[in-house]
Design a protein around this ligand. Structure first.
Ligand SMILES: Nc1ncnc2c1ncn2[C@@H]1O[C@H](COP(=O)(O)OP(=O)(O)O)[C@@H](O)[C@H]1O
Ligand SMILES: [Mg+2]
Length: 290
């Protein structure tokens, strides 16, 4: 399976949200990383075929998805950033309802609902109202509904926003498991969500695709430039004034700084392995959500 994005641009009025995006997807997880407003949702909506590009096209195995129309939509599972739930429906009823909307027969639906509930580990909660679910459970039922039609292409927009670390790990494992024979596109501004599971990471900035690479290749530009250094309280402000200080951890009465710098910031500074959090700072020069 090959999904090709060919010179896609999107404008809203005279505002350009995406500019000339071209790339290819095969099976696996692709992480779409970008700050707020960088065009992640617009990109995913276009690939999910719920929005048309202003120019350019998306091709599935060489065929324009606009021409494939419902044949293409049947292959898509989409979890939007904001999901409309039916708070008074039980998990089971909600999924049966969505299955009916997706055109599954009653018997098909029953089997499929059981299967996806099991996959997202919500079988024990099938009789509970979705309005009472925790953030993590809500996201998992969101994925469950997106999987009802056994999609070849799963598109999930910022699924981990608002989840606690334990729920995020669980969710990450679930997506990794699902991606074995599908294309999974996952957008996030939380780097650790995708660092471990993404085959490739796309970095969007101001509507442009500025990088597309494996996590390992992406880290190359900052290799050897991440340092840690233990300082006292006055050292914190001294180094913050001179360097890009990414993180500060208190260790008893001292402070461990994580600094990104081309040169060694202090004779006692120690080189650290870069992670994508460092990279995010390198590209976006802003606080990282972890
Ligand atoms: N329906 C819309 N009408 C007008 N502008 C929009 C619309 N959707 C998105 N935008 C603009 O396009 C840009 C990209 O938005 P979006 O794709 O939502 O980014 P992200 O998901 O990365 O936060 C933003 O500047 C946003 O304000
Ligand atoms: Mg968005």
């Amino acid at each position: 399976m090959n999904l090709t994005v060919d010179r896609v641009s999107k404008s809203f009025g005279n505002k350009s949200a995406l500019t000339d995006i071209s790339l290819e997807f095969t099976t696996g997880v692709y992480g779409i990383l970008g700050a707020n407003g960088s065009g992640k949702t617009t990109f995913m909506r276009i690939v999910a075929s719920v929005m048309k590009p202003s120019s350019g096209k998306v091709l599935l195995n060489g065929q324009d998805i606009a021409a494939l129309d419902h044949q293409y939509r049947e292959l898509i599972g989409y979890l939007p950033q904001q999901v409309g739930m039916y708070p008074n429906f039980t998990a089971e009823k909600f999924l049966s309802y969505i299955a009916a909307l997706k055109g599954l027969s009653r018997t098909e639906a029953q089997a499929k609902v059981n299967e996806v509930l099991e996959l997202v580990k919500l079988s024990d909660h099938r009789k509970e109202k979705v309005g009472k679910f925790s953030g993590g459970m809500t996201r998992r039922i969101g994925i469950a509904q997106a999987l009802l039609n056994d999609p070849q292409i799963l598109i999930v927009d910022e699924p981990t926003a608002g989840l606690d670390p334990k729920e995020r790990i669980r969710f990450r494992n679930l997506l990794s498991q699902i991606s074995a024979d599908r294309i999974v596109l996952l957008s996030t501004h939380i780097v650790s969500d995708i660092e471990l599971i993404a085959k490739e990471i796309l970095v969007l900035k101001g509507g442009r695709l500025i990088r597309k690479d494996t996590p390992r290749e992406l880290l190359k530009p900052i290799e050897g430039k991440v340092w840690s250094l233990l300082v006292d309280e006055t050292g914190v402000s001294t180094f913050q004034a001179k360097y890009r200080v990414e993180a500060i951890a208190r260790i008893r009465d001292q402070f461990q700084l994580r600094i990104i710098s081309e040169t060694k910031p202090h004779p006692d500074a120690v080189n650290e392995d870069p992670n994508l959090e460092d990279l995010y700072l390198h590209y976006f020069d802003e606080e990282v959500v972890v």
